[in-house]
Design a protein around this ligand. Sequence first.
Ligand SMILES: CC(C)(COP(=O)(O)OP(=O)(O)OC[C@H]1O[C@@H](n2cnc3c(N)ncnc32)[C@H](O)[C@@H]1OP(=O)(O)O)[C@@H](O)C(=O)NCCC(=O)NCCS
Length: 218
Amino acid sequence: MALPTLHHRQLILRGVRMRDAKAMERALGDNRAWLSPWEATTPIIRTGIFDARASIRSLLRAAKEGVALPLVMVADGELVGQLNVSQITYGSLSSATLGYWVIEKVAGQGLTSLAVAMASDHLFFETGLHRVEICIRPENTASLRVVEKLGFRYEGLRRRFIHIDRAWADHFCFALVVEEVPGGILARYEKGRVPPGVAAIPDTDWVKARNPLSLPPL
Ligand SMILES: CC(C)(COP(=O)(O)OP(=O)(O)OC[C@H]1O[C@@H](n2cnc3c(N)ncnc32)[C@H](O)[C@@H]1OP(=O)(O)O)[C@@H](O)C(=O)NCCC(=O)NCCS
């Protein structure tokens, strides 16, 4: 799949390149404490060494296979974050999952909200996907605000869903299908027309999320 370059306001959202490796390593290295609580990990082996070149190579391979769209966020000429579209499926599902981070220095400038809106519109109106999903840990209030501001619809709690920071973590999942946003997510957001309350999480799910899933004894 061709990696797009999208511009809006101060943000450039473009395909990752091998030559981003140094900047990405620096961004991730300088922001370890900020990012690690939310970082996907693997339940199998962890070496503790982040190899940006290997990571970019594997993202580009997935993009070539059509199952991922690995993007970086660039503001004022600096690589400030990543937005990875993964789990792309076509046919009767036609769906994708978004994941993202920014460096602490630029947090709160609305860059991720813009990037999510731009990438989702691209997936709906250029790639032809039908559904975009975002799953977030209950503790991640900043990320929950991103889906709330953009009006992603709350779909439910997935127990022990993704391996994050070395443990299986519950996630709240949100999605939009293209029929909900005929004029695009970005335009709806910027015109202040996001319907209130669609991302609201019912109290029952908050209660469940505060109590670990009960598991049978080993
Ligand atoms: C979640 C994250 C990507 C949001 O990015 P962002 O570009 O700051 O997004 P926005 O500017 O739209 O801000 C979203 C919310 O973050 C919170 N926020 C703002 N500045 C912040 C700061 N300096 N520190 C922590 N949270 C902040 C606010 O609640 C904000 O909502 P508001 O606009 O109503 O005030 C970013 O906080 C991040 O990279 N966190 C670490 C990695 C992570 O959690 N990734 C997502 C996993 S699901």
